[in-house]
Design a protein around this ligand. Structure first.
Ligand code: GLN
Length: 272
């Protein structure tokens, strides 16, 4: 059956979001948004139609658009993503923004649990003179992060291991992290994109979701140079808990920074 571009998009919009359908069509057919808009009467070949239908069917089952097209934009750059890594969120741009505001000179930066490398690669691109180290316990995630660093010409030193294990004996001007922080019983884990993302990147399985944040904050003083900063992303209801953890670890000048939705999302402090 011969189908036009418009017919395929209309049909897809019956089972999935119309915007998602356009993104999947662009990927399936290798065309731009502008081309789609300008060529609604173009006839699809059978293989073009089949490629698109498969993506639409997967999307209808809940597969995240970012995994289906293999990429997601973060801080105006395209990042390769796959099931081994959390899909970069706009919220996490708040971490980058607050990190950039605190970096100067030739800084030593450490991103713990880098995932796709979104934070580390962005910082390395924005601040070419810095030395950026990024760690992850997942070899699969590190492979994705390395590819992203290569694609953006970013110099990042990747090391495999859990939290501070791969940076024993090292000290930094800035430690950043977007660790798993969703509480184990949070209903969101069973909804939307989160169902398909690596569980270990979302939740630490502890009741309050604070186990990783506790470990990262407690270990930070031993890995920061005097005057160095720690900045961590946290859950919508974890700002106070993070502030207490930072205070208990001896941090000063505590900050709490809201994301674009106005929700406190990043906590930080400075080592004396
Ligand atoms: N912000 C993500 C979400 O709630 C969770 C990311 C994380 O656990 N680091 O979907």
């Amino acid at each position: 059956m011969k189908r036009t571009v418009r017919a395929a998009l209309d049909e897809a919009a019956e089972s999935i979001d119309a915007t998602d359908a356009r993104v999947l069509a662009m990927h399936a057919w290798g065309v731009s948004r502008a081309w789609l808009a300008a060529n609604p009467r173009e006839i699809l070949t059978e293989s073009q139609g089949a490629r698109f239908d498969l993506l639409v069917a997967q999307r209808a089952l809940g597969h995240p658009v970012a995994y289906l097209v293999g990429r997601r934009e973060f801080w105006s750059r395209e990042f390769a993503v796959g099931p081994d890594v959390l899909i970069p969120r706009p919220d996490t741009e708040t971490v980058v923004e607050s990190a950039l505001a605190r970096l100067s000179g030739e800084a030593r930066v450490c991103d713990l649990g880098t995932g796709s490398g979104a934070i580390a690669v962005t910082l390395a691109c924005e601040r070419r003179g810095d030395h950026v180290v990024a760690t992850d316990a997942s070899p699969g995630a590190l492979a994705v992060a390395r590819a992203n660093a290569l694609a953006h010409g970013a110099t990042v030193e990747f090391r495999e291991g859990s939290w501070y294990a791969p940076v024993a004996g090292d000290a930094f001007d800035l430690i950043v992290s977007n660790p798993p922080y969703v509480a184990a019983r949070d209903a969101h884990l069973a909804q939307g994109d989160l169902r398909f993302e690596p569980r270990g990147a979302l939740t630490d399985e502890s009741a309050d979701g604070l186990a990783s944040l506790r470990e990262i904050i407690a270990g930070a003083p031993g890995h920061l140079l005097p005057g160095g900063w720690i900045l961590v992303e946290h859950g919508y209801d974890q700002a106070d808990a993070c502030r207490s953890l930072l205070a208990a670890a001896g941090f000063r000048g505590l900050v709490s920074i809201a994301d674009l939705a106005g929700i406190p999302r990043v906590a930080g402090g400075r080592r004396e």
